[in-house]
Design a protein around this ligand. Structure first.
Ligand code: GLC
Length: 553
């Protein structure tokens, strides 16, 4: 709880709004700013401190807004700059801060800079803002190096004039050249533009990718993953290079020009908490997503190692930890945890769980994971629909898939649409209140049957629901002086049980073992992820406990 004068971002609960799937205000089947505005009372009653909004800028939507054509305009699909300003103001009135996404690694191929670069031709100063190169091979018709696009296929596309350009993502997302002073100046100006409109910070997309090795060498072989522990760090030609930090030191100075605590959160997929900590030193960014937590297996030893490493490494540079279980790029966690094997996976690797799904199991674990996450020191992220316990939609028909990953992978990877299905608000059948009654179009992705029972309306007031669990946890987290920023102390527990205390008078116990676990003496249950009978915590159950204080003499 913020009893101190510590800045808000040290322990904020930030709700991720994937704008096209959150709420549709104008009935065109796609979520928008009007929809977000209409749901501010919901977010306020849920008890979140801030919202992070996925890209809302003008975009041809080749990657649902992560291909930005104009960073100072809102895409007409989502609204207008004036509506964005209204949203910021109204959110502030509800006590909710607003953090848009900024996408500095690349632009859209429709951005005026890229169009100018294409028109100006090889060797022109316009091409210097991106990464253009001649090809290899006698005729130059082979890509300049062997880098692969994160969405499948090569990271290079050849133009009719013979040159190739780099895109770590889709061809519609050309990478910018961050060694160019105009690129740096332009982004600092964009930050000022939105800070001036009152945003409280930015989520930085692909923050670890901006600077490439100057010689663009082929990828070195990845060191073999050790059987135990984490893979060794290696000098990657385009991920997590030390030179990126210089950019963020400049961004920090920009944020500090504005009143209030403006802050950044980096999407940086680093291969260790130590590498991640480099983003959040005192003169750099404020926070970074801690994907290690999300990538952990459902195993007490693994989770504890991630928690300890994160707190130690981030604490050493004075930064708070952040915790996240799901987002718009990964399989929703009830579906990850509902598998017989919950594999630990590594940064920059696509993970699709395998084997039959036991959603009851996944949901039980998701409830326990929520209590674990929200009891840890630092900030936490909640991805829209997570508070409803939504599973991944794994059976979307191929004909509706829109994520570029599907095409680029040659139809071998279905991509990320399954975690982006529009969320259910009310009613027993699609569109579950996603848009207005007289909507002219169906939601942009079909919602599954049976989502009616997961809707906000269906769960509200049902004390066993995921929604009420999140509401209670967020309320307690605000009220309890031990929660939020601070430290934790591990307490003795059998293998498979996580048990930690936080002062004053709080304890969190998570049972990941196969045996029931007796709750400790001298405690009483504040909140539990499932019914606690005879003082026993069953497998995959978590509880928040009040510790009876020793009497003071
Ligand atoms: C980030 C985003 C992802 C997007 C990619 C390219 O990883 O989270 O959704 O596709 O960057 O911008």
């Amino acid at each position: 709880m913020s009893t101190s004068t510590a800045p808000w971002w040290r322990d904020a609960v930030i709700y991720q709004v994937y704008v096209r799937s959150f709420a549709d205000g104008n009935g065109d089947g796609v979520g928008d700013i009007a929809g977000i505005r209409s749901r501010l009372p919901y977010l306020s009653s849920l008890g979140v401190d801030a919202i992070w909004i996925n890209p809302w800028y003008r975009s041809p939507m080749a990657d649902h807004g992560y291909d930005v054509a104009d960073f100072r305009e809102i895409d007409p699909l989502f609204g207008t700059v004036a509506e964005a300003e209204q949203l910021i103001e109204e959110a502030h009135r509800h006590g909710i801060r607003v953090i848009p996404d900024i996408v500095p690694n690349h632009t859209s191929d429709q951005h005026e800079w890229f169009r100018a670069a294409l028109a100006a031709g090889p060797g022109s100063p316009e091409r210097e803002r991106y990464v253009f190169r001649a090809g290899r091979g006698p005729a130059g018709d082979e890509p300049p190096n062997d880098w692969a696009s994160c969405f499948g296929g090569p990271a290079w596309t050849q133009l009719p004039d013979g040159e190739w350009y780099l895109h770590l993502f889709a061809p519609e997302q050309p990478d910018l050249n961050w060694r160019h002073p105009e690129v740096r100046a332009e982004f600092e100006s964009i930050l000022r533009f939105w800070f001036g409109k009152g945003v409280d910070g930015f989520r930085i997309d692909v923050a670890h990718g901006l600077v490439k090795h100057p010689e663009l060498p082929d990828l070195p072989p990845r060191p073999e993953a050790p059987a135990e522990g984490r893979p060794q760090h290696f000098d990657h030609p385009h991920w997590d290079r030390d030179e990126v930090h210089d950019i963020y030191r400049a961004w920090r100075r920009v944020a500090d020009e504005f009143p209030g605590d403006r802050s950044f959160v980096a999407e940086a997929w680093a291969d260790s908490p130590e590498r991640l900590a480099a983003y959040v030193r005192r003169d750099g960014l404020h926070t970074a997503f801690n994907f290690d937590f999300l990538m952990s297996s459902w195993d007490a030893k693994d989770l504890r190692a991630v928690i300890d490493d994160s707190l130690a490494m981030l604490g050493a540079v004075g930064a708070p930890a952040t915790w996240v279980l799901s987002n718009h790029d990964v399989v929703r966690h009830p579906s990850r945890y509902g598998r017989e094997v919950v594999k630990r996976w590594v940064a920059n690797e696509t993970y699709r769980p395998e084997g039959p799904l036991d959603l009851g199991l996944g949901t039980r674990r998701a409830r326990a994971a929520a209590l674990l996450m929200l009891a840890l020191p630092g900030g936490a992220y909640v991805y829209q629909g997570e508070e409803l316990g939504l599973p991944e939609v794994e059976d979307l028909p191929e004909s509706v898939l829109q994520d570029p990953v599907w095409e680029r992978s040659g139809h071998t990877d279905r991509g990320r649409d399954g975690c982006r299905v529009p969320i259910p608000w009310s009613g027993r059948s699609a569109p579950y209140g996603f848009g207005p009654e007289n909507a002219s179009a169906a939601p942009w992705l079909p919602q599954p049957e049976l989502w009616g029972e997961l809707s906000v309306a269906a769960q509200t007031g049902d004390e066993n629901s995921m929604l009420e669990l999140y509401r209670s946890a967020l309320r307690l987290r605000r009220e309890h002086p031990a929660l939020g920023d601070g430290g934790l102390r591990w307490l003795d527990a059998p293998a498979g049980v996580l048990d930690f205390g936080r002062d004053p008078g709080f304890r969190c116990v998570v049972n990941l073992s196969a045996e029931p676990y007796r709750l400790p003496e001298g405690t009483s249950v504040l909140l539990a992820s499932g019914p606690v009978r005879d003082g026993m915590l069953t497998t995959d159950q978590a509880a928040w406990l009040a510790v009876r204080m020793p009497a003071t003499s």
